[in-house]
Design a protein around this ligand. Sequence first.
Ligand SMILES: [Zn+2]
Ligand SMILES: [Zn+2]
Length: 276
Amino acid sequence: MEDHGSTYLGLFVDETTFYNRIVLGSLLPSRVWEPLPHFLQTWLRNYLGGTLIYFLSGFLWCFYIYYWKRNVYVPEDAIPSKKAMLLQIFVTMKAMPWYTALPSLSEYMVENGWTKCFSRISDIGMLAYLVYLATYLVIVEFGIYWMHRELHDIKPLYKYLHATHHVYNKQNTLSPFAGLAFHPLDGILQAVPHVAALFLVPTHFTTHIVLLFLEAIWTANIHDCIHSNLWPVMGAGYHTIHHTTYRHNYGHYTICMDWIFGTLRDPLDDGSKKVM
Ligand SMILES: [Zn+2]
Ligand SMILES: [Zn+2]
């Protein structure tokens, strides 16, 4: 065995090895995954972890809004059909092996010292950590906004990639399972800002992993069509408008980028228009 512990980069390898052991060790017999090279172990861990999070968050959220709180958040006749949800699951599962190649690649680049990642918050101090984290999030907000907007504006990109996701363009067909229902390349392109940020700003490696997992949960959440008015969060109310107008609310976690670049449309404004 190579001794990684003595070098700084070894800290990253130790960490990813630890994640591999936890996830793969609890899901698979060791003879299946232990002989695999480290990169493949990492990919398999991301794939199984991503799939698990997708189904857990999807099922729990559906159970909560469609059954447990029946008619509270979603009117009975607006519950998406099983067929629509199964189709979204099918599209997602086809893409999942490709999606998870991206974080596997970014982990590989981190382990090899190509990025600006650091391993321990104590290496740079809490204040610097928070400043860098804020910068990272701004890069991700900006990057995803423009990536998403270009996926609409550049017609071939829309036609061959992003249209797959926009099949779900009505309230009654959008469900939490649509969150990751993209063409594989589309999903990867929209996650690229997370990887680009690693080269632009010093990033705490563990935080980067956590943020990627939060993506999977967030994207399920913004497809449930339930509008929660929590400024400046870009909740499902905004994203549902994106699915119906195609010209507004390209943003991700917050409404900031749409506000800055003039594409914001508020669900409440829409509501008042309907009343008049
Ligand atoms: Zn779109
Ligand atoms: Zn969407």
